[in-house]
Design a binder for this molecule. Structure first.
Ligand code: PMP
Length: 285
């Protein structure tokens, strides 16, 4: 991704794509002092762009890493990147981190918080097999407790076990992995939230211990508006057997039907189709 034409916004300026570099003694490289956002621009408009800017600021606050820009300034930086690259339909990545500076140790209060925005054209997150239903592995790692790490932040450090679990899943021919939380309840995938259907009603894990995705919140509201009963609650792994449909939600994943998790199978059913199609229409509305 580093060797191409284009522009990336860095600390207030648009720089050439190839020149968007940081020093090796960047604090974030050593101590994971980094928060980010993933957003999608559809037909020239970022879906929930302002909500993502606000979440980035909140993630920075949670990591004691105040972002030196307002949500409006972050919105403007994203617009500038899309315009400079001529993108109408793209994935947008905003990242903020502790740079190099006066300190090179755990303490970093005197190192500047920096920010960059890049965008690129990105298709379906799980490839073309979307409607066949994704196959998920069960991760061996558990989502951590909110007493261990600020789980509401979209912080780089929370993704270490995501990368490891996704590699393990891919090695088994799966496209993603499902995490349980530290107490054993169903949590989320490596970059997406999860929903289930049983007897016409929707069940999704209560998002008080992992990222409460902007897509997840959108879908919960959409389901309620459509008149579905939505249960946000603790879900145990032995309940998976009784669910008929399953899908993932996320900015990148959008609404992705799930056909299998470990040995449990699901149909790509009517409610999954309804939600996926309504989401597609909504993001371009
Ligand atoms: N959980 C994790 C771990 C994620 O990385 C993402 C993607 N940002 C999500 C859930 C879904 O969040 P959103 O709908 O805001 O993209």
């Amino acid at each position: 991704y580093d060797d191409r034409d284009g522009k990336i916004w860095m600390d207030g300026d648009l720089v050439d794509w190839r020149d968007a570099k940081v020093h090796i003694l960047t604090h974030a490289m050593h101590y994971a002092s980094s928060v980010f956002e993933g957003e999608r621009c559809y037909d020239g408009k970022i879906f929930k762009g302002h909500e993502h800017s606000l979440r980035l600021i909140e993630s920075g606050r949670l990591l004691d890493m105040p972002i030196p820009y307002s949500a409006e300034e972050i919105d403007a930086a994203k617009e500038a990147v899309l315009k400079a690259n001529g993108f109408e339909n793209a994935y947008v990545r905003v990242v903020a981190w502790r740079g190099s500076g006066l300190d090179m140790g755990v303490s970093a209060a005197r190192n500047p918080v920096r920010m960059a925005v890049a965008a690129w054209e990105w298709g379906s997150y799980y490839g073309d097999a979307k409607w066949q239903g994704a196959k998920l592995d069960v991760a061996k790692w558990k989502r951590p407790s909110p007493e261990t790490i600020p789980t509401a932040a979209k912080a780089a450090g929370l993704y270490m076990i995501c990368t490891m679990s996704k590699h393990a899943a891919e090695a088994k021919g799966c496209s993603d992995a499902l995490f349980m939380d530290w107490e054993g309840y169903v949590a989320e995938a490596t970059g997406a939230n999860i929903f289930f259907v049983k007897d016409g009603e929707v069940h999704t894990p209560l998002a008080d211990r992992f990222l409460n995705g902007i897509t997840r919140q959108t879908i919960v509201q959409m389901l309620k508006d459509k008149g579905y009963t939505v249960h946000e609650r603790r879900i145990t792994p032995d309940e998976l057997e009784g669910f008929q449909e399953c899908w993932l939600t996320g900015t990148a994943a959008e609404v992705t039907p799930v056909g299998q998790i470990g040995d449990w199978h699901f149909q790509v059913g009517q409610i999954t189709r309804d939600v996926a199609e309504s989401y597609e229409a909504l993001v371009r509305a």
